[in-house]
Design a protein around this ligand. Structure first.
Ligand code: FPP
Length: 255
């Protein structure tokens, strides 16, 4: 699914390295998560000026429930206080907040704060900030397949809407253009699996609590230097149809 070149970017962030950041300083792992929440605020602040209109942050995967109960409790507490503290700030700055992932395993208080934040910020158009919580890309795909009616047209765009609905996102959320993972690890860990078909991947060594606006700018700059061919040929190859990633192909059938 190619995107018009002048549309804003959808960036996904796998915020990794909080535990290592803390351990390197002789601090408990949970301290790293606290500092990670500060880095979240920096990234959100920097994003709109970099042309990012959708930012999806991997805050808690469906597999993170396997962590010790006290670490899970700290993470859930940080999420709740982020939603409470940042709600008004986001509303004022035109940031629309949303949680993607399962909600039935979250505490009633966290669900309440999520809904309040989504309602208060629903008119924001500058940035759509999606926090992926109890999120699994494979579950979103399974949910989308289950939601598909037999009489529905089967195309990528329609399926993407179902993937979005299955994880409580705005159905019109576009595929992800760029996924950044911090801390030197190089894998997707069940993040935005359907949406990342043609995403560019940028891996940085910085641990998440040290990540700032300048790191985000550098990653977006690296992305902009890449040539996105969507399976076609380079525009410099002399192929007249290479200008458009969708050339010669019926909508929804690009591979
Ligand atoms: C991965 O680092 C990080 C997480 C599982 C949680 C991410 C959470 C935050 C950044 C803070 C809360 C978020 C918001 C939106 C307020 P890790 O713990 O696996 O690090 P390690 O690989 O070094 O152990």
């Amino acid at each position: 699914m190619a995107r018009p070149p002048n549309e804003g970017l959808h960036v996904g962030l796998i915020m990794d390295g909080n535990g290592r950041w803390a351990q390197a300083r002789g601090l408990p792992r949970t301290e790293g998560h606290g500092r990670g929440a500060d880095a979240v605020r920096r990234a959100v602040e920097a994003a709109p000026a970099l042309g990012i209109t959708t930012l999806t942050l991997y805050a808690f995967s469906a597999d993170n429930w396997r962590r010790p109960a006290d670490e899970v409790a700290v993470l859930m507490g940080l999420l709740e206080s982020f939603l409470v503290r940042e709600r008004e700030n986001c509303r004022r700055r035109g940031v629309r907040l949303g949680l993607i992932g399962r909600r039935d395993r979250l505490s009633p208080a966290l669900v309440r704060e999520t809904e309040a934040a989504e309602l208060a910020t629903r008119d924001g158009t500058r940035l759509y900030l999606r926090l992926a919580v109890d999120y699994s890309g494979r579950s979103a795909i399974l949910g989308a397949a289950a939601g598909f009616r037999p009489d529905e047209r089967r195309d990528e765009r329609g399926f993407l809407r179902h993937v979005n609905r299955a994880c409580h996102s705005d159905p019109e959320t576009p595929p992800v253009d760029l996924i950044i993972r911090t801390s030197g690890e190089q894998r997707l860990s069940d993040f935005l699996l359907f949406e990342s078909a043609y995403a560019e991947l940028v891996f940085v060594d910085t641990l998440w609590p040290d990540f700032g606006g300048e790191d985000l700018r550098r990653a977006v700059e690296a992305f902009r230097r890449r040539e996105r061919r969507y399976g076609g040929l380079s525009a410099s190859s002399g192929n007249p149809s290479a200008e458009s990633a969708t050339a010669g192909c019926p909508p929804g059938q690009r591979v």
